[in-house]
Ligand binder design. Structure first.
Ligand SMILES: Nc1ncnc2c1ncn2[C@@H]1O[C@H](COP(=O)(O)OP(=O)(O)OP(=O)(O)O)[C@@H](O)[C@H]1O
Length: 229
């Protein structure tokens, strides 16, 4: 489902003439099979977010290949990747990334507008999704009027509304208290079992790392360990 082949990346910082190269990922290879939950762990600065940004197409790799659902996405230009993303990938972020001036309904509806779905169909699908995450009665609330756990549920509903085969998550429980974290992990498991959604999750929380089928550890930009959970 996701195949990473000999992926390397570095960032160049500084002004021309005195530039420094920061090597971030070095020759990373791994695969994520359909229906798996794979977690990526590693210390701060080990390259986890960079890896996820590469898989998401937000940055372009210096070397190596990324394949998703049979497509070599590392060859796609920005416009084509944006198109691929809206049809194939859902995102969950630590900071929820909700639009504060939009209600829960409008935030969840947004990907359907981007996909060109008509208004009537959007209303049906958005309400169904809000129902699924238990927030239908909060549909007119703005993010600032919801708890952290509720905001994360809105962001999950927004990720799920396009029915993506894959969800990429960067520290999904990072802003949640432990009770809400547990609820969210249960929900991720359900989505995986009931809908067959594949998850690639970055975390430095042991509890989150243990929900996967496999755990991949990055150290100084290298993949040092891959263990079955
Ligand atoms: N846009 C950028 N420009 C320059 N350096 C960057 C950039 N993004 C990341 N880095 C550097 O790349 C390295 C890896 O960063 P990355 O954010 O991928 O690590 P991480 O494992 O996700 O860390 P954390 O757990 O703290 O989020 C760090 O040294 C970071 O400073």
């Amino acid at each position: 489902m996701i195949r990473i082949k000999n992926l390397s990346h570095d960032f160049v910082i500084g002004k021309k003439g005195s530039q420094t190269i920061i090597p971030v990922l070095r020759n990373i290879s791994f695969t994520v099979e359909k229906g798996e939950i794979v977690t990526i762990v590693g210390r701060s600065g080990s390259g986890k977010s960079t890896l996820l940004n590469l898989v998401s197409g937000f940055i372009h790799p210096k070397e190596g290949e990324i394949w998703i659902s049979g497509e070599k996405v590392s060859d796609l230009n920005e416009t084509k990747f944006a198109d691929f993303r809206i049809n194939n990938l859902g995102f969950i972020f630590q900071s929820f990334q909700l639009i504060p001036s939009m209600t829960a309904f409008q935030n969840v509806e947004l990907p359907l507008i981007l996909k060109g779905i008509n208004e009537k169909e959007r209303k049906v699908q958005t309400e169904q999704m809000l129902q699924k995450v238990g927030l239908l009665e909060y549909q007119d609330h703005y993010p600032g009027e919801l708890s952290g756990g509720q905001q994360q549920r809105v962001s999950i509903a927004r990720a799920l509304i396009i029915k993506p085969p894959i969800i990429l998550a960067d520290e999904p429980t990072g802003s949640l208290d432990s009770e809400t974290e547990e609820e969210l992990l249960k929900f991720i498991k359900e989505l995986n079992t009931d809908l067959g959604i594949t998850f690639l999750i970055i975390t430095h929380d042991d509890k989150v790392a243990e929900i996967g089928n496999r755990k991949i550890e990055l150290k100084d930009g290298r993949l040092v360990e891959e263990v079955l959970v």
